[in-house]
Design a protein around this ligand. Structure first.
Ligand code: NAD
Ligand code: MLT
Length: 310
């Protein structure tokens, strides 16, 4: 077989099988940067999820690399500048896990409003404290969605069925397009003022880093609830933890962290904050979709074609 492909994170078997029919595949997960640098030289393609940091050193060491595939949406673990400089095609699989991330966000929203994780932990510890876990309903609450892309829109659909009022902010979506999706679009400042629950669904870029911070939290409703199932860093973790502790923010649900796994995150150990370990895309269906998508794009590129999601 002509080409060698390295898979350095856990990818669903369905995509790996597609690759094995045509190319040599090695699966080596959990490699350190040094180990990856020492290994990558003989590979024509590298496939990752979010665990592997594809740094400039890794890209420079990958003398034969022609393709880097990200089995998921965000490419923030790949040094795009270094890859572009070397002419390496980087492709992702942005559609395969949209519904998984959407459903996880809805699960986090409901859990946050009904204190489900805390009540479970309490019961498992032998308690029966019904009044401690009084919740609030989604019905007639205003949901502020920041980022009206694939996931933001699917959340709008599902939240509408709970009779929530949906407001949104996205500088790249027109008011008319948002309205057609049942979303009232407005400035970020206005959204922060009006929302009972805020959920962020943007990429982590310069413009979105810490858009929820100590200053913007002050402009929000007292008792607002905040969800981040997009990327760590969109929310200033210390500011959010302080605001939950002070009671300004009634609670937060967080799936993604500035550093993963989070070692000393201020979000851990705060009773009003519920967390999951970056599980947004972790469904059998989504992992199968993204694995197949990057595998197919990898074969296309190695055989001289182009990738679908570059
Ligand atoms: P998408 O590209 O379809 O949508 C992102 C939207 O953000 C776009 O509509 C874009 O116009 C908008 N945007 C860009 N800059 C903005 C700004 N400054 N303010 C407001 N909006 C802005 O992406 P998606 O597939 O919907 O994914 C959204 C996020 O969720 C990404 O960060 C992705 O990496 C993340 N994600 C996380 C998980 C998980 O496991 N938790 C799973 C899938 C995706
Ligand atoms: C993504 O960007 O697709 C998600 O973070 C999911 C993941 O691959 O972990």
């Amino acid at each position: 077989m002509k080409f060698n492909v390295l898979v350095s994170d856990d990818l669903a078997e369905e995509g790996i099988e597609i690759l094995r029919e045509k190319v040599m595949v090695d699966v080596q997960t959990g490699l350190s940067e040094d180990e990856l640098v020492a290994t990558i030289e003989n590979y024509d393609a590298l496939l990752v999820r979010s665990g592997t940091q594809v740094t400039e050193r890794v890209i420079e060491a990958g003398k034969k690399l022609r393709f880097i595939g990200r089995a998921g949406a965000g490419v923030d673990n790949i040094d795009m500048k270094a890859a572009t400089k070397r002419g390496i095609i980087v492709a992702n699989a942005p559609e395969g896990n949209t519904l998984a991330a959407t459903e996880h966000t809805m699960a986090m929203m409901l859990s946050l409003c009904r204190n489900t994780p805390q009540a479970n932990a309490s019961m498992q510890a032998g308690e029966w404290k019904r009044s401690k876990f009084m919740g609030v309903e989604l019905n007639e609450k205003t949901l502020g969605i920041v980022g009206l892309g694939r996931i933001g829109r699917e959340i709008a659909k599902r939240a509408s069925s709970f009779d929530m009022k949906i407001i949104g902010y996205d500088p790249f979506i027109t008011t008319e397009k948002a309205a057609a999706m049942g979303i009232q679009s407005m400035s970020l400042e206005e959204l922060f003022k009006q929302a009972d629950i805020i959920t962020v669904h943007t990429p982590l870029i310069k413009e979105t880093r810490h858009i929820v911070n100590s200053q913007t939290i002050k402009t929000m409703k007292d008792g607002v609830r905040i969800i981040n199932c997009a990327r760590g860093g969109i929310i200033d973790e210390q500011a959010l933890a302080d605001a939950v502790k002070s009671g300004k923010v009634a609670g937060a649900a967080i799936d993604v962290f500035e550093s993963e796994p989070p070692k000393d995150s201020p979000l851990l150990g705060v009773p009003g904050i519920i967390t999951t370990p970056h599980l947004g895309a972790s469904t059998v269906e989504a992992q199968k979709n993204v694995s197949i998508s990057v595998a197919k794009q990898c074969l296309e590129v190695l055989n001289g074609g182009s990738a679908k999601y570059v």
